[in-house]
Design a protein around this ligand. Structure first.
Ligand code: ZN
Length: 431
């Protein structure tokens, strides 16, 4: 008889929004949660037994809107060695490892360059690198557009229903887990106007029909309201950004009625309007400020309407996804609602809620243990010292509990090379 791992005396937040259960025991067998009970029970002597008194056990975080292959690479100075394109793969691995360390056990990537992300997904599956469970969209299906040139390698441009069908099928062929499409342009590309619908009703209807018939879900990039309306009316499964929805209560009601998920991505607007404003043209900074206000109004209106909301960071640096959860709370969600957005509803956005996103019997044991109470302070989810343990399918993969004090020795000073090259050549050049 398998004895499994017993996590005892925890404060349990199960991801559904139900009040915490405390004290609770969670028993894990064969990578899944087997049962949940009262903590008084004693564990069989042969099993692993972890006492979580004072700590909170909850589902691993799900980032429902990420771009794993988008990050700032180091830029060499003039005269320094150029960085080979292949080095990017190692930085992708670093970002994925960072996500796991910060408790993100599932990530839905909604747009990546080339096939880099698909390769990373395979590397994670094969155990070559640590990483979250990755859901990939292949290329983003979009109309021929300035964005297609700006984000070269990330889009599959197509025009007319037949081409859209082929573009969609190409993503199945590539190994996509779901389909991502653009209903409008992107705010982050100066050549595009993100207000009008960039796709026709017939085009989006064809993509959705093809994807659904083959068993794939559809995520729709939506900024302006016309494109958002097309996505909702034609059956897209998740609305990404959707910041103008506060102007259309009928569409929010329809999302709530059909239990489709809105991923507000508040953080991406902060990125352009605040933290990284110096890197963007003033016009896009002003647009992001306006959109940030609208996105906040939409979060409030969507919450009132009962629309399921999911945490999607859509930002950098990798591993900081819980900042979106914190921002959703600042925008009006309770900490418990924020946690639901970052777990169960995120898993629903991904279409894998039967397996992840909750702590419940038969769910995959993707779990995190927080040293403290994230309901009292959601920002604990951003503090790596308080992320005590991260489990993937019942295996302890990261967390402060696995690191010794020595692991906290200071690293290289900011702005320096972690491993500087030596000045001389190993072998003296010939005379
Ligand atoms: Zn995005």
């Amino acid at each position: 008889m398998a004895n499994g791992i017993h996590l005892t005396r925890a404060r349990l937040i199960d991801g559904t929004g139900a009040p915490p259960l405390e004290p609770a025991t969670v028993v894990i067998e064969r990578g899944r949660v087997m049962r949940i009970g009262a903590s008084g029970e004693s564990a069989p002597p042969t099993s692993s037994h972890i006492d979580l008194a004072g700590k909170t056990l909850m589902p691993g975080l799900v980032d429902a809107h990420a771009h794993v292959t988008s990050f700032d690479m180091p830029s060499p100075l003039k005269g320094q060695e150029a960085i080979a394109p292949e080095v990017k793969h190692h930085f992708i691995a670093t970002g994925l490892r960072r996500m796991v360390r910060m408790g993100i056990t599932t990530v839905r990537d909604v747009g990546a360059f080339g096939d880099d992300l698909l390769h990373a997904r395979q590397a994670v599956r094969l155990g070559a690198i640590p990483g979250p469970r990755i859901l990939a969209c292949g290329r983003i299906v979009a109309a021929t557009s300035a964005g297609g040139r700006h984000f070269d390698g990330m889009y599959r441009e197509a025009d007319g229903p037949d081409e859209m069908r082929k573009a969609t099928r190409e993503q199945f062929r590539r190994g996509a887990d779901f389909i991502k499409l653009m209903t409008t342009g992107a705010r982050s590309c100066e050549l595009e106007d993100s207000s009008p619908a960039q796709i026709t009703r017939a085009e989006i209807a064809t993509i959705v029909e093809e994807a659904h018939r083959m068993g794939y879900r559809v995520a729709a990039h939506c900024e302006g309201l016309d494109g958002t309306r097309l996505a909702i009316e034609e059956g897209a499964d998740t609305i990404e950004h959707g910041l103008e929805l506060h102007r259309a209560p009928d569409l929010l009601d329809e999302l709530a009625r059909s239990e489709r998920v809105l991923v507000p991505t508040l953080s991406c607007f902060f990125d352009i309007s605040e933290h990284r404003a110096a890197q963007w043209p003033p016009r896009l900074v002003e647009l992001a400020k306006r959109q940030r206000e609208e996105a906040h109004r939409t979060v409030e209106a969507a919450r009132r309407a009962g629309v399921p909301l999911a945490m999607g960071f859509d930002s950098q640096p990798h591993g900081r996804s819980a900042l979106e959860l914190v921002r959703l709370c600042r925008a009006g969600l309770t900490p418990m609602e924020g946690i639901v957005a970052g777990t169960a509803t995120g898993a629903r956005a991904c279409g894998i809620d039967a397996d992840v996103g909750r702590v419940a019997p038969n769910q995959a044991a993707d779990l995190i243990v927080i040293d403290g109470d994230p309901l009292a302070d959601p920002e604990l989810l951003l503090d790596e010292r308080r992320i005590w343990l991260v489990m993937q399918s019942g295996r302890a993969v990261a967390g402060a509990a696995l690191e010794t004090e020595l692991a906290r020795l200071p690293g290289p000073a900011p702005g320096t090379d972690p491993v500087p090259a030596l000045a001389g050549r190993p072998i003296s050049p010939p005379e």
